[in-house]
Design a protein around this ligand. Structure first.
Ligand code: FAD
Ligand code: SF4
Length: 468
């Protein structure tokens, strides 16, 4: 290794914007072996690595990077997987820039080590092998746990509990496992094959997966505990859409981002013409919102053939919650950003389909409770723009099915489940974590919650401890 600190990171090779905006293949192409080796050599192997503190699941970052540059790839894989069962997912969609990478010491003077890209490289290397070692699994405890939901929270909790020797069954309402990773995040950011491989890994640890199993309808949470499960983890996400509540929002051609992305991903509109999924292929599309979901919806609309896609956001670029990298990707592809703009009304044609959107311009006032400057309407700024498709991506709320069918579970005023610092709900034997307790957040924060809950469940299951 060179002793001189190298402050420039290796850029991620990507499909060119002109090409990629016409296909659903992955935008980022991944490092080559030489690029990964070069980037790994930038890590100075800090004695007290700050990067680990920024990772909600505590990945042994310097260890996996050291193993990678020593070409001990099995050890690199195990170093990652000891803490993170979904490295191929996290290496692609985690906001590393505000987590591990923003703590990297190299960031003080130059570019931090590209930890996420190296994580992706190791995970992709493993997938290409015929066989790879698996993390240690402890002897069976005889205890049984039901995990409800197969998103990142449920999968992490399932993997950790299976490795701790407990019998694990995952119950998933949909016909595919992965939660938002399969029905929300598009193929060009996170290929379905990667999610499937990582779900298969969790199953290979001993977790049983039951699809099309809707808890709260086919079976209740109480019934799960009465039917032989010693504990239950609820990782059911926050998948119900929020709307703007403005006139005309029920017109045809106006989708929630959840519905639109589910049609693209789970119902496979992205595989046209192989799948002829019913979805409006608008020519003039407006996507309302400024988060990752809005970026994904806008970039899908472009790939489905739109001439013009506008992201309509009521604050400025600085306040956008979407990952910087994805905003840049969207801009490169030609998505138009209408900042400081807010829809107030939708107008329809004689068939009840949306044809125009009335908007107002906004200006930013004082910071609100979230710390962001609150947008105020600019007087006299109303105007109308022509649209034929609108996608509303202004956040999600929890689906109330489980809470409403389980009176023992207390909820907050936002509909999220009440949990304590150990992720215990108000119902004995039931834990919860991920978006269902935090509201819409990130993959890695959901995984962090699943991991912390699994640790507490394990202690409780082994000791038959007191609930509170
Ligand atoms: P989910 O992923 O929502 O999984 C919950 C699972 O529970 C689902 O499979 C659901 O079908 C199942 N379920 C629900 N109710 C029941 C029931 N009654 N019975 C059985 N199963 C049930 N985060 C990032 O970090 N980076 C990104 O780039 C990013 N992009 C995103 C893009 C989109 C379009 C969306 C929607 C979100 C994005 N996020 C991103 C956020 C991230 O995906 C979520 O925070 C994360 O998936 C939450 O994980 P979870 O396990 O709590 O819930
Ligand atoms: Fe390597 Fe940066 Fe972590 Fe230090 S802080 S160990 S340089 S990745």
């Amino acid at each position: 290794m060179s002793t001189k600190i190298n402050l420039n990171r290796v850029e991620m090779p990507k499909q060119l914007p002109e090409e990629r905006k016409n296909n659903f293949q992955e935008v980022a192409l991944g490092y080559t072996e030489a690029q990964a080796e070069y980037e790994a050599n930038r890590c100075i192997q800090c004695k007290k690595p700050k990067c680990i503190e920024g990772c909600p699941v505590g990945v042994e970052i310097p260890n996996f990077i050291r193993a990678l540059r020593e070409k001990d790839m099995f050890e690199a894989v195990l170093s990652l997987k000891r803490k993170n069962s979904l490295p191929g997912v996290c290496g692609r969609v985690c906001p590393q820039e505000v987590q591990c990478e923003c703590r990297c010491v190299l960031g003080k003077k130059g570019a931090p080590v590209a930890i996420g890209r190296l994580e992706r490289y190791v995970a992709d290397w493993e997938r290409a092998q015929e066989k790879c070692p698996r993390c240690e699994i402890l002897p069976p405890t005889g205890k049984k746990v039901a995990i409800v939901g197969s998103g990142p929270a449920g999968l992490t909790s399932a993997a950790d509990l299976a490795r701790m020797g407990h019998g694990v069954t995952i119950l998933e309402a949909l016909h595919e496992a992965g939660g938002v990773l399969v029905y929300g995040i598009p193929e060009f950011r996170l290929p379905k094959s990667i999610v499937k491989a990582e779900v298969d890994y969790v199953r290979s640890l001993g977790a049983d997966l039951k699809l099309d199993a809707v808890v709260g309808r086919q079976v209740g949470v109480k019934e799960l505990l009465e039917s032989g499960y010693d504990a239950v983890f609820l990782g059911i996400g926050a998948g119900a859409p929020r709307f703007l509540n403005v006139p005309g929002e029920n017109l045809g051609g106006i989708y929630s981002a959840n519905e639109y992305l589910t049609r693209v991903n789970l119902m496979k509109a992205y595989k046209f013409p192989e799948y002829d999924t019913p979805i409006r292929r608008g020519k003039r599309v407006a996507v309302v919102g400024g988060g990752n979901v809005a970026m994904d919806a806008a970039r899908c609309a472009l790939r489905l053939g739109a001439d013009e896609v506008h992201v309509v956001y009521r604050r400025s670029r600085e306040e956008m919650p979407a990952r910087l990298e994805e905003v840049e990707n969207a801009m490169e592809e030609g998505i138009i950003f209408d900042f400081l703009t807010n829809p107030t009304k939708f107008e329809g044609d004689e068939r009840g389909m949306v044809k125009a959107m009335q908007v107002v311009e906004m200006e930013l006032g004082e910071p609100d409770a979230s710390g962001r400057r609150s947008p105020k309407v600019k007087k006299g700024s109303e105007h109308t723009v022509d649209v034929d498709t609108v996608i509303i991506a202004v956040g999600t709320i929890p689906n109330p099915l489980i809470a409403s069918s389980t009176p023992e579970l207390k909820t907050t005023k936002w509909g999220t489940l009440v949990v304590d610092e150990r992720f215990r709900t108000t119902m004995e034997g039931v834990w919860a974590g991920g978006d269902i307790t935090s509201g819409g957040a990130t993959v890695i924060s959901a995984m962090g919650a699943g991991k912390a809950a699994a640790k507490d469940m394990d202690e409780w299951l082994r000791k038959d401890g007191k609930w509170s």
